[in-house]
Design a protein around this ligand. Structure first.
Ligand code: PHE
Length: 422
């Protein structure tokens, strides 16, 4: 599992790429997986243009055979889905429940955005929120680049600065976010976040006797504890100090759930520089970002993150508008199929690149890619053995089809990653 990448769930600790300041990382060479797998090609014939945030986007604008582009077709095919805008979908139900909390407690003061285009500039995604120039999250290994200046947003924080400059002071931004990552039941390269942002004026904190930062931090914690109770009922919670480039101080909120502490969101008091740049030097603000899948998996008992994308009505029919926390009843688990592959890695090898290839060939049939063995021989060559777990959410896979997938994966891995299969 890539240590640097955020879990789909946010912001969260393993989680946050933004937790780690200036970690050394080699930028891996971008590669295109667009040629792999006939499935991907079919999808691309079906969808050649999308409407995003009111703007028409053609496939060729997003997926290009060019070294500054690393967006595969299977990612393009997810771009216009907007699961969070479906009121009968667990992510839409959860979004609406959070809206309800803010509407009730802040008398409709928060403006809501859920249709901003996920195509953003490098400036919006990183510079505007003070992500350092050498930060790992900027690498081609972690982020999908459309070209050297344009990315698929890797967090909803990409919209903070612009909305602030437009004069918004209380807002919620919900959207699909994109991260290259490893593969398991809780990680998917597309997931959904909600960003919250609130600006205060001197009048707000002056009466309190607290300094501006403490006032904002106290208000933030109170707001999020209330939200957590609104969603989960009476749960035990704890705050953890952490690091994000855009907030200081920064915190994570954890809840005690089924015997474990589980991170539910990242947040903090907005860096003054972000406010200053939008002409708000006399204000103070807080921000939070939460991962909708993580919360929804817990609230609805959804065991695998791929299910959110399922169009099988045995899944979709179990959820209804306004019904938060109805427990999902699994409709049988089909058997998994395991295939191992070993190869000598080279210097540019990364697990994210491997996973991208497996995903391009096998699509949503891949459930997990796990390193099960690694050793270095006397000549200094390192071998990795990965176990790929295939499983469909909808049916039993045949031996033949899994063998063919694995054969394609081997060919693609060898030719794209230039590793030596053993
Ligand atoms: N953008 C952060 C992430 O994706 C979450 C966050 C948002 C943290 C706002 C603090 C404030 O990890």
């Amino acid at each position: 599992m890539a240590m640097m990448s955020l879990s789909p769930f946010t912001l969260l600790s393993k989680a946050s790429v933004f937790l780690h300041r200036n970690r050394n990382t080699t930028l891996s060479t971008p590669f295109s997986t667009s040629a792999a797998g006939s499935k991907a090609k079919q999808t691309l014939q079906l969808v050649s243009a999308l409407l995003l945030g009111g703007v028409q986007i053609a496939r060729d604008d997003v997926v290009r055979d060019d070294p500054t582009n690393n967006v595969p077709d299977n990612i393009f095919s997810k771009l216009g889905m907007q699961l969070h805008r479906r009121n009968q979908h667990p992510l839409g139900i959860l979004k609406n429940a959070i809206y309800e909390y803010f509407d009730n407690n802040y008398s409709n003061k928060f403006d809501k955005f859920d249709d901003l285009s996920p195509l953003v500039s490098v400036k919006q995604n990183f510079d505007d929120v003070l992500v350092p120039a050498d930060h790992v999250s900027r690498s081609y290994n972690d982020t999908y680049y459309v070209d050297s200046q344009t990315v698929l947003r890797c967090h909803t924080s990409a919209h903070q600065a612009e909305l602030l400059s437009m004069g918004y002071t209380h807002f919620l931004v919900t959207g699909d976010v994109y991260r290259r990552d490893s593969i398991d039941s809780t990680h998917f390269p597309v997931f959904h976040q909600m960003e919250g942002f609130r600006v205060f004026c001197p009048d707000d904190w002056e009466a309190s006797g607290l300094d501006a930062t403490s006032y904002a931090a106290t208000d933030l914690k109170k707001c999020l504890e209330g939200l957590t109770r609104h969603l989960f009922g009476a749960v035990e919670m704890r705050w953890i100090d952490t690091y994000f480039p855009f907030t200081n101080p920064s915190f994570e909120l954890e809840i005690y759930f089924q015997g474990k502490w589980l991170e539910v969101l990242g947040c903090g008091v907005t860096e003054q520089e972000i406010l200053r740049r939008s002409g708000k030097q006399n204000n103070v603000a807080w921000a939070f970002g939460l991962g909708l899948e993580r919360l929804a998996m817990v609230l609805f008992d959804i065991p695998d993150i791929r299910l959110f994308w399922s169009i099988d009505d045995r899944f979709t029919s179990q959820f209804a508008k306004g019904q938060l926390g109805v427990k999902f009843k699994p409709y049988s688990k089909y058997p998994p199929c395991f295939k191992d592959m070993s190869f000598w890695i080279n210097e540019s090898f990364t697990e994210n690149n491997l996973c991208e290839i497996v995903r391009a060939v096998a699509g949503d049939l891949v459930e997990e890619v796990r390193l099960i063995d690694s050793f270095t021989n006397k000549k200094g060559m390192t071998s990795h053995c990965y176990r790929i777990q295939y499983r469909s959410m909808e049916r039993s896979l045949t031996d033949e089809e899994v063998n063919e997938l694995q054969l394609n994966v081997r060919e693609e891995v060898q030719s794209k990653l230039k590793v030596v299969l053993r």
